[in-house]
Each structure stands twice: as structure tokens, then as C-alpha cells.
Design a protein around this ligand. Structure first.
Ligand code: AMP
Ligand code: GLY
Length: 425
């Protein structure tokens, strides 16, 4: 059946999702709410925000949407999938009772403890005084995590007791991350390489996508502030067959089974943020959606029709899908506005976007952009994700960096060492 599809979100991840949906033999018409200036080249963008549930449901009914895809964490945790389903609209993504896997770090830590899924030692606190008492006896460095969603910024790594006490105050008393800080997880500091593994899940079956690695710090050499992600590469050469076998046995299926056992059947994407420690792989965090910019290197390598896979997740037939990725590599370099993630200007004209037309192995995913007449302007901290494929990671990296030169705007900022870690593999 040909389907009318609605994608909810408007960043680089949603551009990567829409690009795959546009390739699907099942896609008839694609809408994106709210979308951006890049998405609008392949989908009809509608000016409805991702948290405007009433408007989204009304729009989906009016247009007789056959399939809705929710890309972002906030609407998932807020229950948009539940609302769409109540209105009879088939929707890809976890319901609110399952999206809590990302929405509450205290929940996810307790789940891992109960089901023996490897993760850092921790305690949950809802009292600031108790947290302070605990910190005074704890070993440094230590990690503080606001319980709720905080745009990927609610994690503080503290080297001294003073830093930890200040951090606990910021999270719990000053509510720097809003109500996300009503509860706090205090966690053992771990060291090792990080890997992002995304998976499709249908409630009982899980299929793992190709691995990726993000670069969260703003500056070269992993310096500067944490950001939403400055670039990615896929696959990760550190994600070996041995690591994969361990995670399949002790992490992936056990997580899906644990959610089912708790009466919180998970359908959609589970993103496993893993750390490869000397004691084996451990879960740093779960997300209930594609990572961004992980999606910008993983999805371009997907060989399946994305709507076949997503429908199978909703229908509970994922065991019938042979999930396949291209035997190559991809690198994504984020072009940001100078000053991100703190203060930056918007509204700069972006030049050179035409250079990507007709080049199958190059992608210019839009994140913070908007159209003004014939111009496309910067409209956020992360502006574009420049992705290129190559036969090897090194080739993909050279291609991606070459393509970053094709576009220009005032204040264009990027890291120059995305994927440098692969030289050590
Ligand atoms: P999260 O949002 O939980 O993935 O945390 C953001 C980043 O903080 C991770 O990508 C890690 O780099 C770091 N991090 C989180 N938890 C720990 C931990 N227990 N030990 C060391 N680093 C951590
Ligand atoms: N790139 C990390 C995330 O999407 O949370």
C-alpha cells in the first residue's frame, strides 16, 4: 500500500529519516512538522511544533496520514505516540510508558540493576541533603545526572568534592535543568571508548543497526563544552565481534525483555550509549530514538526500505526483516554557528548548497536552517550535517571534510578531528 507519512521533528535526524522515507517504494506523500529548509526539498513542511499534540493529531486526521514517525525525545516522553494511536493513526516510536527508558535516568538505572544489565554503580536521590551526605563519602571523580530530559546537558562529571557539591546544588536546588533535576542519579565514573548502537525493536525482537561514534565536546581534541554532537562516524572499528556478542547476550535482548516484563513493551528505536571499559561493555545511557548526529551516518548506509522496517516494529513482525547495511563507512561533520553551544548569531546566508545535487554518496542534512525568499539562512547552533560515504572510514572522512568546503556562511565553525580516533584502530 502507498502511504501518506508524517515525520515529527525538524533537525538533522529528521532530515536523514525523511531522506530514507523519500526513497521508500511505499511512500506516497511525506509531511514533516515542523521540518526545516532542507527537509522542505523532499517533504511538505507544516508549521506545527513537535509538542503541539492537539494540532498534530488534528492535522494527521485531516490529511488521513497512514503512518507517523516521531523522531524527537520530548514528544515521545510526553506521549505523542499514545495520542496518535488513540486517534487511530499507526505510529512508529515508543509509547510514554516505554519512552521513560530515556525520560527518567533513575528509572533506567533501576531497570538495569533489577535485570542485571551491566552499567555503572549508582544511587538515586530525591533529597539534596541525602545526596550531599553520600557525596562526602564518595570516591572522585563522580558523575551527577539530572533524572529527566535536559537536551543532553544534564550530566556533570565532577573531579573534586567541591565540584560535586556545587553540581548537586545546580541540579537539585537551583534547578538549572528545570524539573529534570527533581531527582538525581549519582554514578561511578567509568573510563573507556564510547560507542553508540542504535536498534529497531518491536516489543520482543531487537535488530541491531551498524555502530557509530559521536563527538560531544565542542572543540578539537575533546575540549570545551558538551554539545548535542559535533560529528559522527560509522561503523566504529572498536565495536568488534566480541563486543557485539557480549552486548547481544547481556545488554540488548535483556533490555527488551526487561521492558516487556515490566509491562512497558518497547516499540521503536532503542539507542544504547555504551562504554567499552576494561571490565567489558557497560550502558552509559539509553535513548528512545535515533541519535543525532548518529542517524546522519547510520541511515544513509541502510539497505532496507525504512518503511518496511518501521512498520514491522509497529506490527510486531521484525523477526521477518533481514536488516542490512552497506559494507562501507560514513563520516558526518557538523557545521555549527561560531559560539555554539553558548551564544551565536542566526540569519546568515548559506552559500554553495547546490554542490550536493546529484551526488549519491554525499549528503547535506539541515539542522538549524530556514528559508527567506530565495535564500537559506542559518537558524540555530548546529546548522548543517555534512555526511560522506567512502569504502573505508579514512576515505569517508577525507570525502566529508572535502565537502565541508563546498558550503559557506558567516561564522561557520566545525571540529577538524571528527573520526581521528579511527587512526588508532
Ligand atoms: P549521557 O547523556 O548519560 O550519555 O552522558 C553524557 C556523556 O557523559 C557521555 O557520553 C559520557 O561521555 C559521559 N558520561 C556519562 N556517564 C558517565 C560515567 N558513568 N562515567 C564516565 N563518563 C560518563
Ligand atoms: N548524539 C547523542 C544523542 O543523540 O543523544
Amino acid at each position: 500500500m502507498k502511504m501518506k507519512v508524517l515525520v515529527v521533528g525538524g533537525g538533522g535526524r529528521e532530515h536523514a529519516i525523511c531522506t530514507q522515507v523519500a526513497k521508500s517504494k511505499k511512500a506516497d506523500k511525506i509531511y514533516c512538522a515542523p521540518g526545516n529548509a532542507g527537509i522542505e526539498q523532499i517533504a511538505e513542511c507544516v508549521p506545527i511544533g513537535a509538542m503541539e499534540f492537539d494540532k498534530l493529531v488534528a492535522f494527521a486526521k485531516e490529511k488521513a496520514i497512514d503512518f507517523c514517525i516521531v523522531g524527537m525525545d520530548d514528544p515521545l516522553v510526553g506521549g505523542l505516540v499514545d495520542r496518535m494511536e488513540e486517534a487511530g493513526i499507526k505510529t512508529f516510536g515508543p509509547r510514554a510508558n516505554a519512552a521513560i527508558l530515556e525520560g527518567s535516568k533513575a528509572f533506567s538505572k533501576d531497570l538495569m540493576k533489577k535485570y542485571n544489565i551491566p552499567t555503572a554503580f549508582y544511587e538515586n536521590f530525591d533529597s539534596y541533603d541525602k545526596a550531599v551526605e553520600y557525596l562526602k563519602t564518595a570516591k572522585m571523580p563522580i558523575v551527577l545526572k539530572a533524572d529527566g530530559l535536559a537536551l543532553g546537558k544534564g550530566v556533570l562529571i565532577c573531579n573534586t568534592l567541591e565540584e560535586a557539591l556545587e553540581g548537586a546544588k545546580e541540579i537539585m536546588l537551583d534547578q538549572k535543568f528545570g524539573s529534570a533535576g527533581n531527582k538525581m542519579v549519582i554514578e561511578e565514573f567509568m573510563t573507556g571508548r564510547e560507542v553508540s548502537v542504535l536498534s529497531f525493536v518491536d516489543g520482543k525482537t531487537i535488530k541491531i543497526m551498524t555502530s557509530a561514534q559521536d563527538h560531544k565536546r565542542a572543540g578539537d581534541g575533546d575540549t570545551g563544552l558538551n554539545t548535542g554532537g559535533m560529528g559522527t562516524f560509522s561503523p566504529s572499528p572498536f565495536y568488534t565481534d566480541e563486543v557485539d556478542a557480549f552486548c547481544k547476550k547481556y545488554i540488548y535482548q535483556p533490555t527488551v525483555d526487561a521492558m516487556a516484563a515490566e509491562g512497558r513493551e518497547f516499540k521503536g528505536v532503542i539507542f544504547f550509549g555504551l562504554m567499552l571499559t576494561k571490565d567489558g561493555p557497560k550502558v552509559l545511557e539509553y535513548n528512545a530514538r535515533f541519535g543525532d548526529p548518529e542517524a546522519q551516518v547510520v541511515l544513509p548506509r541502510l539497505k532496507n526500505d525504512i518503511l518496511d522496517v518501521m512498520e514491522a516494529c509497529v506490527d510486531g513482525t521484525l523477526d521477518k526483516i533481514d536488516l542490512q547495511f552497506e559494507d562501507n563507512a560514513a563520516v558526518c561533520v557538523i557545521l555549527a554557528s561560531d559560539g555554539y553551544p553558548v551564544a551565536y548569531e542566526k540569519g546568515k546566508v548559506i552559500k554553495g548548497l547546490d554542490a550536493f545535487e546529484g551526488k549519491d554518496d554525499y549528503f547535506c542534512f539541515h539542522a538549524g536552517t530556514k528559508r527567506a525568499g530565495d535564500d537559506i539562512l542559518t537558524n540555530g547552533g548546529r546548522v548543517l550535517g555534512i555526511t560522506a560515504k567512502g569504502a573505508t572510514l579514512k576515505e569517508a572522512r577525507a570525502n566529508a571534510y572535502a565537502a565541508t568546503e563546498w558550503v559557506d556562511f558567516d561564522g561557520k565553525y566545525m571540529r577538524h578531528d571528527i573520526g581521528k580516533a579511527i587512526d588508532e584502530a
